[in-house]
Design a protein around this ligand. Structure first.
Ligand SMILES: [Zn+2]
Length: 364
């Protein structure tokens, strides 16, 4: 592949793959028809915002980048359950090392600290703090409309080689109202319109541009089932010291001397638990069945993610760069994991991303 690309990566937080359609998201659907589209992309577990975006921007799984949960609790994160910031280099670091300019324009302003975007040349909100007067959603994050002008300005700046944009509002509405609520669906449609404007803004340099739009995870509706309180089970409590719930997944710390296998067997017997993984080393990841959520102090009202049921993501590629048809073919043959995008983008930018767990979609 010759000719270094300009890469624009847009994450639409919590937009379920099943919400993509010609009627609700016409610009993304048309982009997929011209380029490529998959509704079968995969996310790591927990399928939760910070682990997923950390995987997207580093190419590493949570066991390596160490951002294992979006939830925070003193002594737990940071602590046995993981770290609040990525422990490995990001695409922003790789750009900086190679003298390329990058930008991070993010609706979830706290994601700047998670991804250590100080390595980027342009960040919004500046310093990860929304300026006074910026409209915020119900969870305190800048709205899609607030992000939009900054995203489009970065897209129009030809000096920026790699732009990462993030729209958060659909995740907030999905948690509060459910992914099928009219307001949540309207937000997915708004994100589609912004993605369309982004494509229009990129037209002047179309032949050197690759655009990737994807979700970090899906969203499932809350059901009437009681939350899974693992430490309420005596056999689990005998083997497990602590639990951090993150929607449909939970990070579990076995007591000293207890093997992951023994703790996992006790977890698997709890109603609503689908399975478990990890634990060697690091915490065990308990996985909930569809419709079940692990107990946390503040449960989302109507929608949640984290478990295997929301580890499916969509991804759409477009642009006029000559690598786009090969990317589309690769996506059709092998649905990408979020970890595959950083090595793919590194290759498009002519960068090295050594040590990534994912595999470039352009690898033959
Ligand atoms: Zn998210």
């Amino acid at each position: 592949m010759s000719g270094r690309a300009r890469v624009v990566l847009l994450g639409i937080d919590g937009c379920p793959a099943e919400q993509l359609s010609p009627s609700l998201t016409p610009r993304l659907w048309a982009m997929g028809a011209d380029g490529g589209l998959t509704l079968s992309g995969r996310a790591p577990l927990p399928s939760s915002t910070y682990p997923c975006f950390a995987t997207l921007l580093t190419g590493c799984l949570p066991s390596r980048h160490e951002v294992r949960a979006t939830a925070r609790r003193p002594g737990v994160v940071p602590g046995w359950a993981g770290q609040p910031q990525v422990a490995v280099p990001t695409l922003f670091d790789a750009c900086r090392a190679a003298g390329l300019q990058s930008a991070a324009v993010q609706g979830d302003h706290l994601l700047h600290a998670v991804l250590r975007t100080e390595a980027a040349d342009v960040t919004w909100p500046p310093g990860g703090v929304p300026p006074p007067g910026v409209p915020l959603d119900a969870h305190g994050y800048p709205t899609n409309a607030a992000v939009r002008p900054h995203l489009l300005a970065a897209a129009r700046d030809p000096a920026i080689d790699f732009l990462f944009g993030h729209l958060n509002e659909g995740d907030t509405l999905g948690h509060d109202l459910g992914p099928d609520a009219a307001a949540a669906r309207a937000s997915y449609a708004e994100a589609d319109r912004i993605a369309g404007e982004l494509l229009d803004a990129l037209r002047p340099a179309w032949t050197r541009t690759v655009v990737i739009v994807l979700s970090d995870h899906g969203m499932e509706p809350r059901t009437g089932r009681a939350p899974i309180d693992l430490l309420n089970s005596p056999p689990v409590r005998a083997l497990v010291a602590d639990v951090l719930g993150d929607g449909g997944a939970a990070l579990v710390r076995p007591r000293d001397g207890v093997t992951p296998r023994d703790a996992g067997a006790a977890l698997a017997d709890v109603p609503g638990v689908a399975g478990w993984g990890g634990g060697d080393p690091g915490p065990i990841v308990a996985e909930a069945q569809r419709g079940w959520i692990f107990a946390t102090p503040r449960l989302p009202l109507r929608g949640f993610h984290g478990g295997p049921a929301t580890a499916r993501t969509f991804a759409v590629v477009g642009g006029g760069h000559r690598a786009v048809p090969a990317l589309a073919r690769s996506m059709a043959a092998r649905p990408p994991h979020l970890a595959d995008w950083a090595p793919t983008i590194a290759r498009l930018l002519g960068l090295e991303m050594p040590g990534a767990d994912g595999r470039s979609l352009l690898e033959e």
